[in-house]
Every structure is written in structure tokens, then in C-alpha cells.
Design a protein around this ligand. Structure first.
Ligand SMILES: [Zn+2]
Length: 185
């Protein structure tokens, strides 16, 4: 990893991991894909290897990211979805030309279009967002309990009582704060 770039927070849900590339939205926001290369690195982790990304394309990716964030937040709050966000998500879902392939090991692999273009990868992310916002996938959208975070995350725990977008960061910080409050002399 190039020095100076914040780590990724990798979750098991593609769309909300993507929105998590901007964290601490209600505190000091941390941009985890500050450069086109970092976006490519992130996509690579999720099996969406893309050949190239320009600064203008990075802006488009962030436009999709913020639209997913807006739609997922509204869904978590049971509010109407912002129509601009819905339009952007649908536009990316329509433009992508990726295909899902089944490997001999019984796993899913994404095959992007002939140019392995960024738009194909963004289409996969947009379709994933549609799955979780529409309720097509088993789980519940919720907002992180950390007041500086409030990230939308997809709770697939059996009890549906998960409180934090990420146990290792937001969850841990809250636990430490509680510990300090109780154990302070
Ligand atoms: Zn959080």
C-alpha cells in the first residue's frame, strides 16, 4: 500500500463496503479512495479488476457511492428514496456489462465487459445496492450507532441487532469509550 493512504474497511457486502470508502461522514471524513489507483486497488479486492481509471472516472465512482449512501440511509430510516439517487444507481446498473460466471469450484466470478472498463465494475456495485435497498436479499439496512459515522450497513446477523458498521473500528471505539467512562478514577 502506498504510504499515506488510509486502509480499506472491507466488509462482506459489496455495496455498503463501497459506501464505507468514505467513513466518519459525521466527524472528520476519511476518504479511503483518494486517488484513481486506490479505487482500482479497492475494486481488485472485490474481484472487479479494472484496467484504468482517470480522475474524472473517480468522480463518477464517487457519485455512485454517494447515491448508494443516500438511498441506503433512506431505506434504513424507512424514508422515501431520494429520486436523484435512484436515477444514478439505475443508470450505472444499466450501463455496466459484467456477467456473473460460475467457477468449477462452485463460486461466482465477475467477468467485466470486453474493455474491463470501470463502468462495468460500477454496474456490479449498483446492482448489489439495488439488491440490498430493495429488500431482495436477506438482511436489514441499519445506520451505525457511532454518532460520527452513521454509515448505512447491511445487518445479516440472525437477531438483526448489529449496532455498528464495523466491529473492529466503530464498535471497538465505543467499547473503549464505555470502558474508560466506567474505569476512570
Ligand atoms: Zn460506523
Amino acid at each position: 500500500m502506498p504510504a499515506g493512504h488510509p486502509d480499506f474497511r472491507l466488509g462482506s457486502v459489496l455495496a455498503t463496503s463501497f459506501t464505507g470508502t468514505l467513513s466518519e461522514r459525521h466527524g472528520d471524513p476519511v476518504e479511503r479512495i483518494p486517488t484513481p489507483q486506490r479505487l482500482l486497488d479497492w475494486l481488485d479486492v472485490y474481484g472487479l479488476a479494472v484496467d484504468a481509471c482517470t480522475p474524472a472516472q473517480l468522480d463518477l465512482a464517487r457519485e455512485l457511492r454517494e447515491s448508494i449512501h443516500a438511498a441506503a440511509t433512506a431505506a434504513a430510516l424507512d424514508e422515501p428514496l431520494p429520486s436523484s439517487a435512484v436515477e444514478v444507481i439505475n443508470a450505472y446498473s444499466t450501463d455496466g456489462r459484467a456477467s456473473a460466471l460460475l467457477t468449477r469450484d462452485g463460486e461466482r466470478r465477475w467477468q467485466l465487459g470486453p474493455d474491463s472498463a470501470l463502468v462495468d465494475a460500477l454496474g456490479v456495485i449498483a446492482a448489489d445496492a439495488i439488491d440490498i435497498v430493495s429488500g431482495e436479499r436477506d438482511g436489514r439496512l441499519a445506520l451505525c450507532a457511532s454518532p460520527t459515522c452513521r454509515a448505512a450497513f447491511f445487518d445479516t446477523s440472525r437477531s438483526r441487532t448489529r449496532r455498528w458498521c464495523d466491529m473492529n473500528t466503530c464498535g471497538n471505539r465505543e467499547k473503549k469509550a464505555r470502558f474508560n467512562a466506567t474505569h476512570r478514577p
